[in-house]
Design a protein around this ligand. Structure first.
Ligand code: SAM
Length: 214
């Protein structure tokens, strides 16, 4: 996986994926960001800066290990929760923090299908209308190196493909897939208003189309 730095702290995404995520924050203007999978915290820091730019309040970030760099630990705009993203206690802490606030969710922890499937079901209700649930590293499905290692069958894309047909309140927003190397292919899910759920008119490009194109 590629590592790059934001303000001297490593993040584990491609620069194009990072741009897509920061643009999603600018468009949705959430009050809270929930990041599942903190690692060193470079992405957390970048998201906190853009969140502040749009008048938001806090990035709540979850990891089973504390690997944060000092500047991430000391940032008052970031709340770190040590624990599993699918643990009920983690979810309770998050719900208490966000209240009725506008929320964007970024899923980037354990990439195995079963785990991502649980995260999708647990966190989808917390995503606000007009905001995003971002599912990272869907590229494992298409990338030959990883798919040869079995990731076609066990990665995040499979979880997302089971989730979307059951959740017409989400549609894919492929305008956030920026030029360059992207690992979040079909990873940006926009939550639609009640009554405007996903149908043929709102579903711009289906994942099946993408598969045919690849
Ligand atoms: C891909 S890294 C996250 C990268 C980070 N989001 C970034 O962009 O820099 C995945 C992280 O998920 C954490 N992780 C693994 N299983 C987890 C779980 N069940 N709950 C929360 N975090 C988990 C790992 O410890 C690791 O730090």
């Amino acid at each position: 996986m590629p590592f790059a730095k934001y303000k001297d702290v490593l993040f584990n995404k491609t620069p194009a994926d990072m741009e897509g995520i920061l643009e999603a924050i600018r468009r949705a203007r959430p009050e809270y960001i929930i990041e599942l999978g903190t690692q060193y915290g470079g992405a957390t820091l970048a998201m906190a800066d853009v969140l502040e730019e749009v008048g938001g309040k806090k990035v709540i970030t979850v990891d089973i290990k504390d690997q944060r760099k000092t500047e991430v630990k000391n940032d008052p705009r970031i709340l770190f929760i040590l624990g599993s993203s699918i643990d009920g206690r983690t979810l309770e802490k998050i719900k208490k923090e966000i209240g009725e606030g506008k929320v964007l969710v970024d899923i980037d922890s354990d990439h195995r299908t079963e785990h991502v499937a649980q995260e999708l079901e647990l966190y989808a209700p917390l995503v606000s209308v007009g905001s995003y649930m971002i599912v990272e590293d869907t590229f494992l499905y298409w990338n030959k190196y990883y798919s040869d290692k079995g990731w076609k069958e066990k990665g995040p894309y499979k979880a997302l493909m089971s989730f979307l047909p059951k959740h017409p309140e989400f549609t894919l927003d492929r305008s956030l897939e920026f030029p360059g190397i992207i690992n979040n292919i079909c990873g940006f899910c926009l939550k639609l208003e009640r009554g405007k759920e996903n149908d043929k008119e709102t579903r711009e490009i289906s994942p099946a189309t993408t598969e045919e194109e690849s």
